[in-house]
Design a protein around this ligand. Sequence first.
Ligand code: NMX
Ligand code: MLT
Length: 436
Amino acid sequence: SVALKKKVEHSIQEKQKVLNHFKKEHGNAKLGDVTVGQVIGGMRSMPGLLYETSKLHHLDGITYRGKDLYQVKEQSPKAPGGSEPLPEAALWLLLTGEFPSQSELQEFQTELFNRGQIPAEIEKLIKSFPKTMHPMTQLSMGVLACQPLSKFAKAYHDGIHKSKYWDPTFEDALDVCARVSRIAAIIFHNCYGDNNKIPTADPALDYGANFAKQLGFNDKTFWELMRLYIVIHADHEGGNVSAHATHLVGSTLADPYLSFSAGMNGLAGPLHGLANQECLKFLLDLQDKLGKTWTEDDIRQYVKDTLASGKVVPGYGHAVLRKTDPRFMCELNFADQFISKDDNLVNLVKACYRVIPNVLEATGKVSNPWPNVDAGSGALLMHYGLNQFDYYTVLFGVSRAFGVMAAQVWSRGLGLPIERPNSFTLEHLIKKVEHD
Ligand code: NMX
Ligand code: MLT
């Protein structure tokens, strides 16, 4: 959309002035000290990144351009008759800081639909991936298969001036967001169905509905869930592994396809995105063991056994959050609004929420005993019959594209340099501390 590109260009120019002035005036201002514990401990809470699209607060959760998820849900344009925020409106918000008007939104929806087309030979390649390959591996490879379409890579090869990097990045970022749901739909049918019979996308539908439709789901409430799911998983500031991996790889001027694929490899780890698949498995194993008449005492014991066997309780804890993840609350609110009170799995999620934080707290070492987004998503998807839980992280990946790709447009717009922090051997670290 010409309007969107103009808005992005204008706000990048304005922000660039602020950044240049700020860097000149305050480039040497200190943000804090770095401790040995942080260097050894995965850089927890160490400031180190400029990331424009979202900011995480340890108690209030994520804000997209200053709006928390409840405000996003309330203020976002909705599908006709719907109550959930629209992913394409969230993408516009992440890129510009505001929601689109109704006419801007309609034009943008059509544009994304058109950008979502994938050339036949690339679709054929993605369809040839083995059924047994993990869907996240297929997602990463599917995105890479589209990399030859990169407009940034071509523009760079043709000698584009560095002040213009953001422009082909913007083009690629929108293409990646538009294409990723098509790639994901092909993967779904590769793994669990017949990839010669993928339902077609409908230009009259919004992004979330179209994605759900291509997966083979026609329940309108599931479409609402997909819209909400994509919006709440889209961004979680810059330090989480998928955003940081995308940002890091992008900082080399690798194009958005290469960088997003790298981010997806990080999302595929069980401590990050894959936790939602692990989480559902945890709940189903619990149901398998205890039947549907479990009690809170049963859950307590099951969690203690899990901890005693040296495993983490998936869906609980967070590196930054210190309270229940608002994304989990959005999931519970959705369940309360749309799912009947006798869904055993959803009730199990709620019972876990009553029981697990106390058990984790009692270990004395878990920094955040509260549920994160993964604790609830699987049970909602199961309710609508999406029970292929190997696939859940792909849904997360489709959503994460919206955040990390919008952020990449801004990173190139602000001219951020290649990332290159310092590392130490343990010996160097010990010597440095002893000599200081
Ligand atoms: N179950 C059991 N132990 C836990 C849990 C948990 N859910 N969360 C933290 N701990 C342990 C952690 O393993 C560590 O133990 P040790 O010292 O023996 O290595 C100790 O508590 C301190 O870790 P924290 O500082 O609380 O957590 P950290 O910031 O290192 O890690 C997570 C954050 C999210 C990786 C961690 O809480 C975890 O593994 N949770 C379960 C997996 C999960 O739900 N991941 C999804 C994250 C959200 N996402 O959307 O990606
Ligand atoms: C995320 O959404 O990326 C996760 O909650 C992990 C994180 O923020 O570290």
